[in-house]
Design a protein around this ligand. Structure first.
Ligand code: GTP
Ligand code: NA
Ligand code: MG
Length: 296
């Protein structure tokens, strides 16, 4: 075996925070600042993961990528949120400046800390008449997140997803943080990653996956939990069909024979027979475990 060749990869950023603090709205604003998307224009439909490209804040002729993951704010999704944090490099903790720190803010913070992600705080809704961004800093200081202005290490950026103020600054901060982290992966191996969200569309089961290692190609045989299939299409958030997706890229995959649960890992197998054998074994194991659980 030749040693793995690690190459720079884009940061994976998960947006977390309390319900209704503006995670999705902020992600929609960021998505529209994508230079490529900006040209295409059009309506933004909500998606839970996407990769954007835009100019580096200092080296303007250099395109930089960031992959963003959204997390549902409801308590029922906390398990998935925990998984989300495990695939993430940077967590942007969104706290609404009018509400301040809430129970799920702290829950998200502990997930981010457990996952050893770099944490940044986006103090959102600073346009709100009751906004109090200093109170958010105080509340989080009590939890050990001290802002840079007060001598700490955590970057706080005041933003508004409505007026768009501070959003550029947030993106710059993410890129600079990512540079410090020197994120790398080997693109020249069979792909491996996780399902971020999934669904059943008229064209069949879809899974938005985050590639963590290797490169996923059209025609690859993917196995994911009890499901498998040949990659029929890879579609980005612009609805463009890609031939491949490398490390840190989020892409919608078509070709699986079922809808995999969010969080599941996918791998690429040698051939369809091998994948089918593994998938059948997993299905049988799941069935046996179900029977055992019912017998108790
Ligand atoms: P969940 O996914 O349900 O947890 O919510 P979320 O965090 O994704 O919040 P969402 O983006 O759905 O926004 C919740 C509400 O806050 C919406 O009515 C938004 O319009 C509003 N909102 C989001 N950002 C801002 C902001 O910067 N300022 C103001 N005033 N309102 C905002
Ligand atoms: Na909401
Ligand atoms: Mg949301």
């Amino acid at each position: 075996d030749k040693p793995e060749q690690l190459k720079p990869r884009a940061p994976v950023v998960t947006i977390m925070g309390h319900v209704d603090h503006g995670k999705t709205t902020l992600l929609d604003v960021i998505r529209k600042s994508d230079v490529v998307a900006g040209e295409a224009g059009g309506i933004t439909q909500h998606i839970g993961a996407y990769t954007i490209s835009f100019p580096h804040p200092e080296r303007k002729n250099e395109l930089q990528q960031i992959t963003f993951l959204d997390t549902p704010g409801h308590a029922a999704f906390s398990a998935m949120r925990a998984r989300g944090a495990n695939v993430t490099d940077i967590v942007v903790l969104v706290v609404a400046a009018n509400d301040g720190v809430m129970p799920q803010t702290l829950e998200a913070l502990s997930h981010a800390q457990a996952a050893k992600a770099e944490i940044m705080v986006a103090v959102n809704k600073v346009d709100h008449p009751n906004a109090n961004p200093m109170r958010v800093r105080q509340q989080l200081q009590e939890k050990g997140l001290v802002c840079e202005e007060w001598g700490g290490k955590t970057l706080f950026v005041d933003v508004s997803a409505i007026t768009k103020q501070g959003v550029d600054k947030l993106l710059e901060a993410i890129l600079l943080q990512a540079e410090i982290m020197e994120l790398k992966a080997n693109p020249d191996r069979r792909a491996k990653g996780n399902v971020i969200e999934s669904g059943l569309e008229p064209g069949g089961p879809t899974a938005t996956v985050l590639v963590r290692k290797g490169t996923l190609h059209l025609g690859d045989v993917v196995i994911c939990g009890p499901f498998y299939g040949k990659v029929r299409a890879l579609i980005n958030e612009e609805n463009k069909r890609l031939k491949e997706a490398g490390p840190s890229v989020a892409v919608k995959l078509l070709g699986l024979n079922g809808v995999p649960e969010a969080g599941l890992e996918f791998t690429v197998e040698e051939n369809e027979k091998e994948a089918r054998d593994i998938a059948e074994k997993r299905t049988m194991e799941a069935r046996a475990m179900g029977q055992e659980a019912r017998a108790k």
